[in-house]
Structures are given as C-alpha cells and as structure tokens.
Design a protein around this ligand. Structure first.
Ligand SMILES: Nc1nc2c(c(=O)[nH]1)N[C@H]1C(S)=C(S)[C@@H](COP(=O)(O)OP(=O)(O)OC[C@H]3O[C@@H](n4cnc5c(=O)[nH]c(N)nc54)[C@H](O)[C@@H]3O)O[C@H]1N2
Ligand SMILES: Nc1nc2c(c(=O)[nH]1)N[C@H]1C(S)=C(S)[C@@H](COP(=O)(O)OP(=O)(O)OC[C@H]3O[C@@H](n4cnc5c(=O)[nH]c(N)nc54)[C@H](O)[C@@H]3O)O[C@H]1N2
Ligand code: SF4
Ligand SMILES: [Mo]
Length: 719
C-alpha cells in the first residue's frame, strides 16, 4: 500500500474520517457502499445499510475493495512499449506524451483508411461502457464491441424490447415476494443477476419460494429446488418449447390475459404442438415427466418469475431460445405484476451517446450489422459491431482494413472465444492501446498502456436494475492513485486533443445532462450527497398505454422479427458441434463441454491478483463425474487436459456427482498475474483456447458458441 500515492477529494482535516456514499462497480455493480476516507486514504469500504439493493452487505469481491485500490501491481502512469510487440519492455511516459501519440496516430489512420479502421473495445457493464461508443461516434467510427454483447444480457434486452416493447426484470424490491422462481442457466448465488444485485435474490429466497432450476450442474440452488432439470448443455430451447407445449396443451395459461394482451397465440400454439416433452427428452436428456412437472409448477404458482442467465446466450440459437423462454411468464400472466416480471421506471435519463454524429454511410459500415440486425442494426438498442467479423477485418483487411484497436477494460485474450485466433488478429494491428487497472497478457500486446482509475476513484451514475433504473445511484470519487484517470476523463481529453467537435464536455456536465433528461430531479452534486434516489413504482403500466410493440400487445408472433427477415416464431436448432449434429467429431471428442460457470471470488478474468480472494480459489477447477474421471485415470485434484478441435488447456479436476457423466464444465477467465510477463500463463488454463468463434452464428445476433462444444480429457502430468 502506498498512502503517499493517493489523495482524497474534499477538505477532510487530518485525523478526521469522511464517509462518502457510493456504489460498488467491481461486478456489474449496484451495491450501495460507504467509503471511509482519512488523510487522503481510503481506510474502509462497507455496505450501505440504507441501500435497498444490498441492505449493508457486500460480496467477497466488494469486501476487498481496498486491496484492489492499493494493490502494488496497479498501473499508475502511462507506459509506452519499447521492444517488439509482446516483448514485455516498457518505458514510463507522461500523459501529455501518451495523449499526443494516440491522437496523432488515430488522426493519421482516420485520414488514410477512414474512421471505421479504428475499433474500440470494452468490458461487460462497465461504468464507462456508454462512453466507449460515445467517443467512437464522435470520432466517426461505428465499430465498438464488448465480448458479452452478442453473448450476454443484450440478446435478452433486444429480444424483449421487440417482443414486449420493454425489458422485464424480476420484482425483488416490491412488497410481494415471488411464490415461484424459475432459475434458467443462471446461478445468481454466485454471480448476481445481470443488472440486479445478488442480495435481492437472497432476500427473495428467504420467503421460501418454490424453486425450479434448469442447469446441467447441481448448484446450491439446484439442491434447494423442487424440480431440477439437468439438461444437456445447449438444448435450452428444446426444453423451453416443450414447457410451452405443456402449458398450452394442458390449458395452464392465463386465458383472459393471453386473449387481451398477446398477439399470435394461435400461431404459437400450432408451432409448439410438435415440441412435446417426449420429443424433447432424447434431445435434452431430461425425462418427459420432469418437463411436465416443471411446466405445471411454474404455471400454477403465482406470482412466478423467470430468472434467466447468460448460459442461454452462449449458443448460436440464443435469440429463439430467449423468445421461447420469455413466453413462459407472458402466457402465465406474470408480466408487470407484483412479485413477477416487471418493467422499470427508467429514472436514469437518456445517455448522450452521440450516435447522431454517425452519418448513415458510417452507420452502414458497422461490421456485421447488415447480417446481425439485433446486434448492430435496426433491431439493436445499442448497436455494436460483430467481434468475429472485426477480427477477420484485422486479419484480412476485408471488407475493409481495421488498423487500430483501443481497449478500455477488457482482457481480450481471456474472454473472447478462440484465443489463438484473437491473438493472431491483434498481432496484425498497426496500433493498439489498452486502458486497465493492471497489466494483462492483452495489454502486453499494446503500443500504449493507460492507467485507469478504479471505482472508488471516479464519479459516475448507475441505474439499477440495468435498463429498468428504478434506483438511481451516484458513484463518487473518494481517492486517486498515482496518475490514474477515469476512462471517461481519458475520452474527454483525447477528444479535446484530437479537436473533435463533440465528446469534449466535462464528465460532470454529461452526468448532469443525463440526470436532467430523467425523472430524478437532482443534479449530480445533489445526488452525491443523497447517495441514491428511488423512483416510486407502478405495476400493470400496459393497462394505460398498451405494450410498446407494433400491435400494442406482447408479440408471441413477432411482427418486427418477420419484418427484419428473422423467424417470427421460436424453433429448435441443435448446437453446431454436438453428439447429434456432428457424430464424426463426437467419435474423437466424446464429451460435451460447457464453460464459464461463475466463481464468487473473481469477476470474469479479474481479481486473481488479490491474495485474499485467490486464497479461496488458488487454481482453476474443471468439473467431471467420478465415473468418467475413473475411466481416464483422473483423481480429484489432478491437473487434467481438456481438448477440443481448437486447442487444449488444463485445469484441476473437481470430481462431482452433480454433473452428468457425459459433461465437462470448465471455468473461464484464467491467467496468472503472478507468473512472468508477457504471457502470465494465459496459454495454460484459459477456457477460450477451447471455444469457437467461427460460423454458424445466431442469425439475428451473431452469437457464437461458448457452452455446448465437444471435448476429450486426459490426465496431465502436473501444472
Ligand atoms: N462473482 C462473479 N459474478 C459475476 C461474474 C463473475 O465472473 N464472477 N460474471 C458476470 C457476468 S459477465 C455474467 S454474464 C453473469 C453470469 O452469471 P449467470 O447468468 O449466473 O451465469 P453462469 O454462472 O456463467 O452460469 C449459470 C449456470 O449455467 C449453467 N450452464 C452451463 N451451461 C448451460 C447450458 O447450456 N444451459 C443451461 N441452462 N445452463 C447451463 C452453469 O452450470 C451455471 O451454474 O455473472 C456476472 N456476475
Ligand atoms: N469461455 C467463456 N468465455 C466467456 C464467458 C464464458 O462464460 N465462457 N463469458 C462471457 C461474458 S458473459 C462476458 S460479459 C465477457 C466478459 O468479458 P469482460 O467484461 O471484457 O471481462 P475481462 O476480459 O475480464 O476484462 C475486464 C478487464 O477490465 C479491467 N478493468 C476493471 N475495471 C476497469 C475500469 O474501470 N477501467 C478499465 N479501463 N479497466 C477496468 C480489468 O482489470 C480486466 O482486465 O466474457 C465472455 N467470455
Ligand atoms: S455483488 Fe458486485 S456490486 Fe455487490 S459488493 Fe459484490 S462486486 Fe460489489
Ligand atoms: Mo456477461
């Protein structure tokens, strides 16, 4: 820890402790936090007891925030690479030098190849995520991306907006607790729901709801569940369609609601008639009678909510899976009701994304947007480019060259699928910049590395649940480490230096403008004092205004999908690599692989530096059934190879009866910051050495395959 390196904002006199209200952003965020500052140092971080989102609690990651802020390996000043790419040789430079060099290089690339030759990358749900596209739009490039975008949350958001006219979230903070929760491909005990806090989930569980879990692994929630559907990874859509078949076939739906508020029920009924539980059983490996039991329990217990996770978004049929699953609450009338799915109050206001700065020609150049309209085109809420198409453009110069990549908070080599392909593409770039808290194997490939401020070091707004924004919170700067800058500040300074005609206002001006366009009625300075603002909630908003879809109803039959050339009704498609679709591959790679079940101590590839967290999970774990392990001579705790057609990696075997004999589950995000630069062991235990970023993709979203692949295993000699 280096106390001399930090300085508190405000005027606390020596010895006096100042307590600032903020919001933790070490995951997707949301927990209210109290930052205790004395003599310019962050001395304590605790949960805010007043926050309706966590009632004073913090998870293991939030608890060690001080260790993160003051970690000796934090990047503290800008660096310029002095050896060849990947040589690990760096020199310290000033911010002026860094910004001048970046500015000159980007202007030169823009002049020679066009703005679209500059791409921007970021990470999931970051405080600055909207600023990445804002800066891109000001610069004139439509190409920004995030490895979760086609794979995480946004498929649910965009599909829901087209189906319901809005994005539904679970009503965790209302008066009425849910009586039934269906957890689908989601384990919020470990992860926290996307855009809501895990503590709200725990509070709902305290009311003893009836629980249904759809998961190939026996999680803590699966152990508590009344019905656990242990499906084959990647077959969620088949299971969802079979549940719809039961709900419609046995007339378990809410008939008056369906009649008045849905569009296309008869077409859906006809569509799912063939998807019987008996049809689904051999595909999903779930017995037909269990599928019936789950469908009946969900339909007959009210209020019920669907808590869905990213597992359903890690397959190339993700959009139709989401469409099918979203019809479970819709048909059972669990929409915008207390204790069910609700639409939020949108308190946060409109973020000035500067998308209007992109000309129609520039917009049309967004890589992949012509094919994947829910990702980058007319069906997208926040249009982004398609990562595999971007990587191809870096590699081949087609459809046009991409020369520069600016990465603000992503460890590309660990979280993009198919690491070897990604590595090859990044090595083709003319210019790469990484802003991060720490040096990473990805940042080692950059030309310039910038030190980013961590969450207690910066000002921002957060709206929880994400998209719904019923609670608006201020994140506020308590300290600053070294020469770190908030990503937002870096964008403003770069825009000014490049003499762009927008994105040059100060961060606080933008925060105020955003608040002014919402319903909170406070400036950022006022909200900081208050900490958070909760918007009074109303249910059944559709009764006054209808649903914001072309038909004014929930579109079981989607007119917008039809218009864009996508299937208006859900259908099942077998994963592209599976025992059924590629038996010839299965002959060599007989096991089904899923990756990425969340670890409570780390956020994706982060936090391996933090000793107190790493002690809880020193090494990566891969789950395997004891009988399968025995077949390959693998014992609990052995290092074990997992190999696919793309490559191999090793993790430590965790033998468990809670997984099917035919399934392997590997953790994602692994690298070893304690090992030598420039690789930091990223080629050893990284699940994305196994995953696939090649076609087929989801036809509407461009999603690739992370969770239903074929693999083989073998005992490894050691680490
Ligand atoms: N502590 C912590 N919290 C996190 C994260 C983290 O890394 N660490 N990551 C954040 C991110 S980016 C996200 S998207 C969320 C994700 O959080 P969740 O949505 O909860 O997702 P996971 O834990 O990845 O997976 C949930 C479950 O899906 C199961 N699963 C695997 N394959 C399949 C399948 O094919 N079908 C079904 N139905 N289930 C399957 C896994 O066994 C796992 O138990 O968590 C966020 N929160
Ligand atoms: N195999 C497999 N791959 C997956 C998944 C899976 O389940 N399986 N999950 C996918 C999903 S759902 C997602 S969302 C993505 C997640 O992918 P990302 O969200 O991109 O996560 P990371 O690659 O871990 O990148 C986070 C980086 O940001 C840095 N960082 C943290 N805070 C800040 C900050 O304030 N500013 C800056 N500049 N940097 C910061 C961290 O140090 C870290 O290096 O991964 C995807 N990849
Ligand atoms: S759940 Fe997320 S927001 Fe809450 S304390 Fe943990 S890391 Fe922070
Ligand atoms: Mo994610």
């Amino acid at each position: 820890m280096q106390p001399g390196n930090s300085q508190a904002t405000g005027s606390g006199t020596s010895g006096q402790t100042k307590v600032l209200k903020s919001v933790c952003r070490s995951c997707h965020g949301g927990c209210g936090a109290l930052l205790h500052v004395r003599d310019g140092e962050l001395i304590k971080v605790e949960g805010d007891p007043d926050s309706p989102l966590n009632h004073g609690r913090l998870c293991p990651i939030g608890t060690v925030t001080r260790d993160l802020v003051y970690h000796p390996d934090r990047l503290k000043y800008p660096l310029r690479r002095i050896g060849p790419r990947g040589s690990g040789k760096w020199e310290r430079i000033s911010w002026d030098q860094a910004l001048d060099q970046i500015s000159a290089k980007l202007l030169a690339i823009r002049a020679e190849f066009g703005a679209e030759a500059i791409a921007l990358g970021t990470g999931t749900g970051r405080h600055h995520i909207r600023w990445v596209s804002r800066f891109g739009h000001a610069l004139g490039t439509p190409n920004w991306c995030e490895p979760g975008f086609a794979q995480c949350f946004h498929p649910r958001v965009n599909t829901s907006i087209l189906t319901f006219g809005d994005f539904p979230v679970c009503d965790f903070t209302g008066e009425v607790p849910p009586k039934c929760i269906l957890y689908w491909g989601h384990n919020p005990i470990n992860s926290g729901p996307d855009g809501e806090t895990r503590f709200n989930v725990w509070e709902a569980l305290a009311h003893n709801p009836r629980i249904i879990v759809v998961d190939p692994r026996e999680t803590e929630l699966a152990k508590r569940a009344e019905v656990w559907l242990q499906l084959r990874p990647g077959t969620d859509d088949a299971l969802g369609l079979a549940m719809l078949n039961v709900i419609i076939g046995e007339k378990l739906y809410d008939e008056p609601f369906v009649r008045q508020w849905t569009h296309g029920f008869d077409a859906l009924a006809e569509c799912v008639a063939r998807y019987t539980p008996e049809w689904a059983e051999p595909i999903t490996w779930v017995p037909a009678d269990k599928i019936r039991a789950a469908a009946r329990l969900f339909a007959q217990t009210k209020p019920a909510m669907l808590e869905w996770g990213c597992a359903i978004e890690h397959t190339p049929n993700c959009i139709q899976t989401i469409r099918a699953l979203s019809m479970l609450p819709a048909l059972t009338g669990n929409v915008d009701v207390p204790g069910g799915w609700v639409f939020g109050m949108k308190g946060l206001g409109r973020f000035p994304s500067l998308i209007e700065k992109l000309s129609p020609e520039a917009n049309a150049k967004r890589l992949g947007a012509d094919r994947f309209k829910l990702l980058g085109g007319e069906g997208a809420d926040l249009p982004a480019c398609h990562i595999p198409t971007l990587l191809d453009a870096m590699l081949t110069g087609k459809p046009y060259p991409v020369k520069a990549f600016l990465v603000f908070g992503n460890n590309t080599l660990t979280t993009y699928a198919n690491t070897s392909h990604v590595y090859e593409a990044l090595n083709k770039l003319d210019f790469m910049v990484c802003a991060d808290l720490f040096m990473t194997p990805t940042a080692e490939l950059a030309d310039i590395v910038l030190p980013a401020a961590s969450w207690p070091e910066l000002n921002q707004l957060a709206g929880l649940p994400t998209v719904a924004a019923n609670v608006v919170l201020a994140q506020q700067q308590a300290v600053r480490i070294g020469e770190c800058k908030a990503d937002e500040e870096i964008f403003v300074e770069l825009a000014r230096r490049m003499k762009l005609d927008s994105c040059t206002e100060s961060v606080e001006e933008v925060l105020d403008a955003q608040l002014a366009s919402g319903s909170v009625g406070l400036t950022f300075a006022q909200l900081k004092e208050k900490g958070f603002h909760q918007i009074p909630f109303t249910y059944r908003k559709y009764e006054a205004a209808g649903f914001r879809t072309p038909t004014g109803k929930i579109e079981l039959y989607s007119t917008r999908f039809e218009q864009m050339g996508y299937a208006p009704l859900p259908y099942y498609e077998e994963p592209p690599e599976s025992p059924i679709s590629t038996p010839e591959v299965a002959a060599d790679y007989p096991l089904v692989l899923t990756t990425g079940q969340r670890i409570p101590y780390f956020f994706n590839s982060e936090h391996r530096q933090l000793a107190r967290l790493r002690k809880a999970r020193p090494e990566p774990l891969v789950e395997i059934h004891p009988e399968t392990a025995a077949q390959y001579g693998i014992a609990n705790g052995d290092w074990m190879w997992v190999e696919t057609r793309r490559g191999r990696m090793k993790q430590k075997a965790k033998l468990t009866e809670g997984i099917d004999r035919r399934v392997i589950a590997a953790e994602h995000g692994w690298w070893f910051p304690d090992e030598p630069a420039p690789d930091y062991g990223v080629w050893r235990s990284n699940a994305n050495l196994l995953t696939d970023n090649q076609p087929p993709y989801d036809p509407a979203m461009g999603t690739y395959q992370l969770r239903a692949l074929l693999c083989r295993v073998a005992k490894a000699d050691g680490r």
